[in-house]
Design a protein. Structure first.
Lengths: 312, 308, 339, 333, 531
């Protein structure tokens, strides 16, 4: 039944042609799918991953159209009359200590926070992946050099790093995110390197080397897909942490400035009122939880999709 | 390996040298003036006053002179004195070290207990209830800033239930709440990491071999799946151990514990250069040490890993 | 095989590979395993050299060291007159187009995250051979050649049985039309029909393109069938080497004799009556090999001299070369078993 | 019912994105105490999956044992609880896996991995276990076992790893040993030793063995009865002698013909592989799976998948034209 | 012999006051206990009230009363102050306290090598002498009698020369003072433990019936709790007895429910917006006035403090010495948006279609407001931003931490600055920010860059007047109205200070707002059953 040979050349007789039940389309369809597309297919068959993707898309969409939902005035105008109102029909998320509508602020806040979060994670993940791969794969003095730099970087507190980046490049949100991303690199580097040290001992790495693959290829094509799973998970969790860290830097005056809302900053402010107005911390917190959750569902889906052995 | 270990231990010195250089570079770049914290706001500072204080704190020396002086002093075990109170930086750090280490160890243990058990359960019951619960726990964990966790724990267990004192020495008991607060975020991360890492090895052939031996499932889980999933876990715990030394300012603040985290953050916001340098050097030494242990552990976890 | 025109493709001289033995927390080196301990041979252009011997005797390690995936402890390997051990990284990499390897372990040597298609086309991509369409066609062709359904190109290794995976590895090794292939047990995981296909294929390639093989295997009947010459390894050393006929029919080394006698025959009637030489004595320890001739503790011919002196590797062949490392080769020869 | 092990109508499939892989399609066989059963067949024909299924070791998902019964000591293994199954695995039915590198845990010493199987099943002290570990390693021909016990799998050669797997499986003197290509990576002298060892154990303890192999030489010398598999079906089942001398299935015939004859070399006579491509297991079989490659195929073969039918005492074949095949065999001989 | 029941009761009664540990929460690490190395307000709590004694102090009515000095007098020109010391005072190390100790202490503070940032700076320009063992004389370069209150500041206490010289660097861990408690242990980052000093018997008469002998608590334990929520929780749970201030008014109810006494007093914590008076647009008094008119002080304090803070309609607020409600009503600012808009238009500004101001140059009118985020700072700035938006002014906020702020202030790299200063308990603070000598070019704190002879004259006149001078209030009022009219700053409010006392502690007496000593503990005790 070698349907992949359209002419059924070798064993096939005229009779065999006659009883081919279905056209050979099935196999050729399979053959036309690239690994990436197969991974994508697996991803989109995973209901949780798709849910995550939809939620994230929705969040991004809402933040994009935020100005149509709430004007900037509504976001910044204070009023004693509406101060600290619990959630109600008029204010589904309640109002904050200055009487501003929290729903509007949460929606606007996503713009800054998500951008910051993603950028920070991407820098950390990108930089850390490359350094970690090189470090773990090359070993020897290269490893030692990179790792000792990582030790140095790890020891420098993020705030200080952010301050100096701002000092060097001038103030601005992007600089701050750059700094926080930079501060994240060592974590990813160590995580990737650890796994690479293990993965590079696999026989298939040897096989790749023997067939003439260069180091770059071995690192990115052979080792990376086999170590990326846990790191992906780490990165997706890092989103929430990145949002909080950038908020902390805004507080120092390095990031977004009031009254511009930011989830992390709102959450920080909410702390003073947590015993008096639960809705102040809860809603921005929930926003972060949902963002992290959805990105994690996506991350999990990706991990499964690139791991052909794992099937649901 | 012994040679490797020794070499790595020796590398502490160049690393610290690197750290000190980087700190100097960073402090030179970082905007902000230490005088803000030294000179208080109220009355009549003259320009001469300010100049005198700057001179006094050696802030006017060229950077390389400051650096060499610092290096020379540091080599003799003198980390200088604080800009603000004039206290010995070394004493300040040593005074905070025991409490910091205590809490770090407690936090590490709490993280491991919580994170690993949750992660293992999640991996074993992938897609099932334990998995979902861990997932929710992890997301809430990483999304709640530790300061909230700390405050909530304090309010519930110390103020409402009175199981603990809000402040006051209760021996090991007073470590429970801070350690729990500290563990919340990392435990969430660790749980997810453990799960992901275990999923990577669960389908390996040797796991099947282990099952075919008829050994208890718990042994299969721990000796064959978990052990082979350890590398990212140990790496993360190493990173965590380092960061617990310096990164726990909120927990330290809420529980009023003298810790290196608060010390560093305070000294950074005051630009108290000697304290910053000293603090970071200690933290760096901590990282170098922890990472060395982690690297050695790699070899124990996976004998194929060697560093030659 | 006309000796006069023989052109040496690969020249292995006094090759050694020792693995350190480490113990304890700090993994202190407490000794070494002499996996390959002074091996020399030539492989001629277009020939197939069978490498057989004791399992654990250092065959794979020899293969690895030749293709320089393991750095030799000592010795040299020349390929087409070029000393491989002094090649720069990039040069060696380009050289690999011509030197390929089929791996003993069909499971571990395939990247579990890559599809069959990308595994097989990888050598082509690496050496920048062909356009992507050509490569695709070549992959399909290769899969067919090794007897795999070309429709499988998007499947992952774990979805295959052992023999199917082995064939993926073979297809990969042949992709670039190499000059020299180290085939480490290329067929042992295959069913005999596929074995026949693969052996035919290897033969055809050799015939058409003058491919040269170092064929490592345990299946002595297949080695005999396919090889021009055979080398027999025991405990890190080549103990006998010569033309296939000579080695099988008139083995000079007692170990070779034992091997040949133990070849199972696919005929139950013959099998019932076959009397293999069962080697007595303990399998020696490569970390601490026996003195003198490594084989002496298990050898029925061993005498005092075997305990003391390393036998010289000497040529006892008349018209064709026939090398052996045995003090008593001349006596042994008379008692040839063989079937 | 006196059989030690009886497999009835076992069906196992893998559900992949491309569709269901029909890996095992209703195989039945029995195994008696002390008996040695060989399974040969096309690579990818379901030999490994077949035995994994009866051990309950099919990864689920994507695999699933759809149907069938496996009786062992009056229990249906497929219906046992995990705990009950655990008592049987390793202790009663031990398995040697096909691939020794990936089947051994790279981070545990081989000594530990051998000892591990004894702990739950044998009531031995730690010292006794260590002792037995060393003994087993020596039994399978690993030199210096007392010290090499502490080495890790990657420090062993392919054959040595395989021997470690063998040592492991023999540790508890199982009643059934399933060996999936156990000797492919061994040199013939060691192979002979191992075969000898297994034979001895069979005689001594009545251990039954299922021996999956491609080496028809080993089959000829070792087993009593042989099952030939193709495309997830048993296509022929016979005593060794019958299989070689009274071959009744064209696939078996093809296999035998693929072997190099005794003193042939490739330069003189070429091997004759079976023509055609291996079957696509994604398609549910409607006709004889071997038909596309079969010289004997007739229309009937394209219409109906032949069932396994008795062709002589103790000899079954799944071929409509088995008589012609047998005639051809005898003619060749 | 057995003790008579009556005696017993009496003695237990007396004893029952003594004992127990007073636990106090501090919001930040103690920087140093060496008086000349810091001047931080948080440290002052330890330094001033507990282990040191000062020359003079203030009673609960705010009057200056003797402490280590029995009496004092000013020379007629106000340039020389003479203090007569008690002769029975001892340092914690047993040495007697003499005039020489004071002189040595102050000269140490002025030593340029020591570079004392706080004390030294305050003493700048002064000289000291000790004509005899118990007389200390201060010489001033210009009359500054209103500065007398500084002597009530803990950092002006005498230090023991012997202890400082003997202990060297160790001194700050074992400081020696003259107050009711001595330091027994300093745990950096964690706290300080003090122990009662039984020889203390020079306590001032803070109020009628004040205990002038040793205090009642056996020891005082300072715990550093940087998080306000923790301090509240600790008060609630009874693990802490005293917290110096609670910032969020909403928390008062929580504390009171737990039996905590929360006092509320104005504090001299002025919140204001500093303007760069010498540069446009603030060189135009109409613009400055418009800003003051456009601030709705009632609303802002409602929003941010639930109305707890006192309003500052002008330069002197209710928590300060010299405050006069009548003059505030007359010269202070009341919210009047229309007037503010008029003023802007008079100053040449116009309104665009969107209701926002356009400068005379035709540019949109927008300014930057910088400030620290601490203590509701951001909230104040955001509310002001919103209010001035009504005026048509577009404000961008830059809220940054102090060490980033400081260089910008020094470089005058800002237009408007939000400031909050604690402890400005007297009208005299005006000198520091509006006198021309504090100059527009000086580095350091937020300054208003005022250079106005009339203002200078008024400030100097006030400074030379003693607190009992009959013309003092009139002169202050004159100053008030002048500065208000000039509208050098935008004054907003005066913070409320909320010392909170846990239920275990009895007998605490409230102090005056401007004494820098919110409550008196001299008679306080812990009931025996609570110890
Ligand atoms: N996880 C899986 N997913 C999909 N298909 C699988 C999976 N495992 C095995 N198969 C398929 O099942 C069929 C039977 O495989 P099995 O391993 O039993 O073959 P085998 O007879 O043991 O072959 P060999 O002799 O080569 O080891 C093969 O065609 C294989 O492709
Ligand atoms: N990485 C290693 N570390 C230590 N010893 C090793 C290592 N690799 C191989 N050895 C040892 O070297 C010897 C030779 O191994 P090699 O793999 O070359 O044998 P082989 O002849 O290929 O055997 P087989 O036929 O069983 O595959 C063995 O004793 C083995 O234990
Ligand atoms: Mg090998
Ligand atoms: Mg198999």
């Amino acid at each position: 039944m070698s349907r992949t040979k359209p002419q059924a050349a070798r064993g096939g007789t005229a009779a065999s042609e006659g009883i081919e039940i279905a056209p050979a389309a099935g196999d050729w369809l399979v053959a036309s799918r690239s690994p990436v597309r197969r991974a994508a297919l697996r991803f989109f068959r995973d209901p949780l991953a798709v849910t995550g993707l939809l939620i994230m898309a929705l969040i991004i969409l809402i933040t994009l159209i935020a100005p149509r939902l709430f004007s900037w005035e509504e976001i910044i105008n204070v009023s004693n009359a509406t101060k600290l109102q619990p959630p109600s029909a008029a204010y589904p998320f309640g109002t904050d200590n200055l009487g501003r509508d929290q729903l509007g602020r949460v929606i606007w806040g996503g713009r800054e926070s998500l951008r910051a979060g993603y950028l920070v994670v991407l820098i950390g993940l990108g930089g850390g992946t490359i350094l970690g791969l090189i470090s773990g794969f090359a070993g020897g003095w290269v490893d030692n050099l990179i790792q000792r730099c990582v030790d140095v970087l790890l020891a420098i507190p993020g705030i200080l790093l952010a301050l100096s980046v701002v000092g060097a490049l001038g103030p601005g949100l992007v600089q701050v995110m750059l700094a926080v991303g930079l501060a994240n690199i060592p974590d990813y580097t160590r995580l990737i390197r650890g796994s690479v040290l293990e993965a590079k001992e696999n026989e298939y790495v040897r096989a790749a080397r023997v067939l003439g693959a260069g180091n770059g290829r071995i690192m990115f094509r052979h080792i990376l897909p086999n170590v990326i799973g846990p790191i992906l998970v780490y990165a997706t969790l890092g989103l929430g942490i990145a949002i909080m860290i950038t908020a902390g830097l805004s507080y120092l005056g390095l990031g977004a400035q009031p009254p511009s809302p930011e989830w992390g900053a709102m959450l920080n402010l909410g702390r003073e009122f947590m015993r008096h107005a639960w809705w102040m911390p809860v809603f921005p917190g929930l926003a972060i939880v949902i963002a992290v959750l959805s990105i994690n569902l996506i991350g999990d889906g990706l991990q499964d999709a690139i791991n052909p052995k794992l099937r649901k | 390996m012994l040679v490797y270990t020794l070499r790595r231990l020796l590398l502490i010195f160049p690393t610290l040298l690197g750290v000190s250089l980087v700190i100097f570079a960073i402090l030179a770049l970082a905007p902000g003036d230490p005088l803000a914290a030294v000179v208080s706001e109220e009355y009549g500072n003259t320009a001469e006053d300010i100049e005198r204080i700057r001179e006094q704190l050696h802030l006017n020396d060229p950077l390389h002179v400051q650096y060499l002086n610092f290096l020379w002093d540091a080599m003799r075990g003198d980390l200088g004195t604080s800009f603000r109170g004039g206290s010995s930086v070394l004493n300040d750090i040593l005074a905070r070290l025991p409490s910091t280490i205590q809490l770090a160890i407690a936090g590490l243990i709490a993280t491991m207990l919580l994170g690993i058990s949750a992660g293992v359960l999640a991996a074993l019951y992938r897609g099932g209830l334990p998995d979902k619960l861990t997932m929710v726990f992890a997301f809430v964990g990483v999304s709640i800033p530790s300061v909230y966790a700390a405050l909530l724990l304090l309010l519930i267990f110390a103020v409402e239930l009175r199981w603990f004192k809000v402040v006051g020495d209760e021996g090991l008991k007073s470590l429970v709440l801070p350690a729990a607060a500290m563990a919340l975020i990392p435990a969430g991360v660790l749980a997810r990491l453990t799960r992901a890492s275990m999923l990577e090895v669960m389908e390996e052939d040797y796991v099947r071999t282990a099952r075919a031996k008829g050994i208890r499932e718990s042994l299969v889980t721990f000796m064959h799946i978990f052990r082979n999933a350890l590398i990212p876990i140990v790496t993360y715990l190493g990173l965590l151990a380092g960061s617990l030394l310096s990164g726990q300012v909120f927990v330290e603040n809420v529980f009023g514990r003298p810790g290196l985290g608060r010390f560093l953050v305070d000294s950074i916001s005051a630009r108290d250069y000697p304290q910053i340098r000293g603090g970071i050097l200690f933290v760096a030494a901590g990282y170098v040490f922890v990472n060395l242990i982690v690297d050695l552990l790699y070899g124990v976890i996976d004998p194929r890993i060697t560093y030659e | 095989m006309s000796e006069v025109t023989k052109e040496v493709l690969l020249e292995v001289r006094d090759l050694k590979k020792y693995f350190p033995i480490r113990r304890g927390l700090f993994r202190r080196q407490v000794g070494e395993i002499k996996a390959v301990d002074g091996v020399s041979f030539d492989i001629y252009q277009g020939e197939t050299l069978g490498l057989v011997g004791e399992s654990g005797g250092g065959k794979s390690t020899t293969g690895w060291t030749i293709i320089r995936d393991l750095e030799p402890t000592a010795g040299s390997v020349r390929f087409q007159g070029q000393d491989l051990s002094i090649l720069a990284h990039g040069e060696m990499r380009r050289m690999r187009r011509h030197i390929q390897m089929i791996f003993q372990d069909p499971y571990a040597s395939l990247n579990p995250r890559m599809t069959v298609g990308s595994i097989v086309s990888e050598p082509l991509e690496v050496h920048k051979i062909g356009t992507s369409d050509q490569r695709r066609a070549r992959v399909q062709e290769l899969l067919e050649i090794v007897g795999l359904n070309p429709g499988f190109i998007n499947r992952y290794p774990h979805e295959f049985s052992g023999g199917q995976r082995q064939r993926i590895g073979i297809a990969r090794a042949l992709a670039t039309n190499p000059t020299f292939v180290v085939a480490d047990e290329p067929i042992s995981a295959l069913d005999v029909s596929i074995q026949a296909q693969v052996v035919n294929l290897l033969w055809d390639l050799k015939h058409e393109f003058g491919l040269t093989y170092l064929f490592i295997a345990h299946d002595l009947s297949m080695v005999r069938y396919i090889s021009d010459r055979v080398a027999v390894m025991y405990l890190g050393r080549v103990v006998e080497m010569g033309s296939t006929e000579d080695v099988y029919r008139s083995s000079l080394h007692p170990y070779t004799q034992a091997l040949v006698s133990a070849i199972p025959v696919a005929d139950p009637e013959v099998e019932m009556t076959r009397q293999p030489i069962i080697l007595e004595g303990d399998v020696p320890n490569p970390a601490n090999p026996p003195s003198g001739c490594h084989f002496h503790p298990r050898c029925v011919h061993a005498t005092e001299i075997c305990l003391q002196d390393d036998p010289e590797f000497r040529n006892l062949g008349q018209d064709a070369e026939h090398w052996v490392a045995c003090h008593h080769a001349e006596q042994v020869q008379g008692q040839t078993f063989g079937n | 019912m006196a059989h030690l092990l009886e497999v009835r109508d076992l069906v196992t499939r893998f559900y992949t994105e491309d569709g269901a892989v029909h890996a095992v399609n209703g195989i039945s066989y029995t195994l008696d105490e002390g008996e040695s059963l060989g399974i040969v067949g096309e690579s990818g024909s379901g030999k490994t999956v077949g035995v994994l299924s009866l051990m309950g070791l099919i990864p689920d998902p994507p695999g699933r044992v759809e149907r069938g019964e496996v009786f062992f000591a009056d229990n249906d293994l497929l219906k046992l609880s995990a705990d009950q199954l655990r008592d049987i695995r390793g202790r009663e039915i031990a398995m040697i896996f096909q691939d020794p590198m990936t089947s051994l845990n790279p981070v545990l010493t081989v000594g530990y991995q051998i000892a591990e199987i004894m702990r739950p099943h044998l009531n031995l002290s730690q010292e006794e276990i260590t002792e037995r570990t060393v003994e087993l390693m020596e039994l399978v021909g690993i030199p210096n076992a007392a010290s090499r016990r502490k080495d890790f799998p990657h420090q062993f050669s392919g054959g040595q790893r395989q021997r470690i797997m063998i040592a492991m499986s023999l540790a508890c003197n199982p009643s059934v040993l399933i060996a999936d290509e156990p000797t492919t990576a061994l040199d013939v002298t060691i192979q002979a030793q191992i075969i000898d060892l297994v034979k001895r154990l069979s005689e001594q303890f009545g251990m039954a063995t299922i021996w999956i192999t491609h080496d028809l030489g080993v089959v000829a010398g070792l087993v009593n009865r042989v099952i030939v598999m193709y495309a997830g079906f048993i296509v022929e089942s016979a005593s060794v002698l019958d299989l070689y001398k009274k071959t009744s299935h064209p696939y078996t015939l093809g296999l035998l013909q693929s072997l190099p004859s005794l003193h042939a070399t490739i330069a003189t006579d070429r091997l004759i592989p079976i023509e055609g491509a291996p079957p696509d297991l994604l398609q549910a079989p409607v006709h004889c799976p071997f038909a596309p490659r079969c010289q004997f195929a007739v229309d009937q073969c394209w219409q109906e998948n032949p069932p396994l039918q008795r062709v002589a005492s103790n000899h079954d074949s799944a071929c409509w034209r088995w008589q012609d095949v047998r005639a051809a065999t005898e003619q060749l001989a | 012999a057995p003790v008579a029941p009556a005696e017993m009761e009496e003695s237990t009664g007396a004893d029952s006051m003594m004992g127990g540990t007073l636990r106090i929460a501090l919001p930040a690490d103690v920087t140093s206990l060496d008086l000349h190395k810091t001047s931080r307000g948080d440290d002052a709590l330890v330094v001033g009230q507990w282990f040191n004694a000062t020359l003079i102090t203030q009673n609960s009515d705010g009057e200056y009363i003797p402490y280590l000095a029995e009496s004092w007098e000013f020379s007629d020109d106000g340039l020389m102050w003479t203090f007569h010391l008690r002769d029975d005072v001892k340092f914690h190390n047993g040495d007697p306290v003499t005039a020489h100790d004071f002189v040595w202490t102050y000269e140490r503070a002025l030593d340029p090598d020591l570079a004392s940032p706080g004390t030294g700076r305050r003493l700048a320009g002064m000289t000291f002498e000790a004509p005899d063992d118990y007389t200390v004389v201060f010489h001033f370069p210009t009359p500054a009698i209103s500065l007398l209150q500084f002597l009530n500041w803990g950092y002006m206490a005498p230090m023991s020369q012997r202890a400082v010289e003997e202990l060297g660097a160790e001194y700050e861990l074992n400081p020696v003072g003259t107050g009711p408690y001595k330091v027994v242990e300093v745990r950096p980052g964690e706290g300080v433990t003090l122990e009662r000093w039984d020889e203390y018997n020079w306590g001032p008469e803070f109020f009628e019936g004040a205990n002038t002998g040793p205090y009642n608590f056996d020891s005082v334990e300072f715990r550093i709790l940087p998080e306000e929520a923790t301090r509240i929780a600790a008060l609630e749970s009874g693990d802490i007895d005293y917290v110096n201030g609670i910032s969020n008014p909403l928390d008062v109810a929580i504390l009171e429910a737990a039996g905590v006494t929360v006092q509320q007093a104005p504090y001299g914590q002025v919140r204001m917006i500093y303007l760069q008076n010498h540069v446009p647009p603030f060189d135009d008094v109409r613009v400055r006035q418009a800003l003051n008119y456009a601030v709705n002080r009632e609303e802002i304090t409602q929003i941010v403090t639930d109305g707890a803070d006192q309003l500052s309609r002008g330069p002197i607020s209710p928590g300060m010495l010299g405050y006069d409600p009548e003059i505030e009503e007359e010269c202070g600012y009341h919210f009047d948006l229309d007037r503010a808009k008029e003023l802007m238009q008079e100053a040449g500004y116009t309104y665009g279609d969107d209701g926002m101001l356009i400068t005379p140059d035709g540019e949109p009118f927008s300014l930057t407001l910088i400030g620290e985020p601490v203590d509701s700072g951001t909230a104040y700035m955001e509310v002001l931003q919103s209010m001035w938006r009504e005026l048509g002014l577009d404000i961008a906020i830059e809220s940054t931490e102090p060490s980033l702020l400081y260089p910008r202030l020094t470089e005058r790299d800002y237009e408007m600055g939000y400031g909050r200063r604690g402890g400005w308990t007297s009208y005299d603070y005006l000198y520091a920010i509006y006198h021309s000598s504090t100059g527009r070019d000086l580095p350091g704190s937020m300054r208003s860059a005022v250079d106005d002879p009339i203002t200078d004259a008024l400030l100097e006149k006030n400074r030379a007047m003693a607190s009992d001078h009959p013309d003092l209030q009139g002169s202050i009022n004159e100053l008030y109205c002048h500065i208000a009219e000039q509208s050098y700053s935008v004054w907003i409010s005066d913070g409320v200070f909320r010392p909170s006392i846990g239920p275990r502690v009895q007998g605490v007496v409230a102090g005056p707002a401007f004494a820098g000593r919110p409550v008196y503990f001299s008679n306080a005790y812990i009931a025996p059953e609570d110890r």
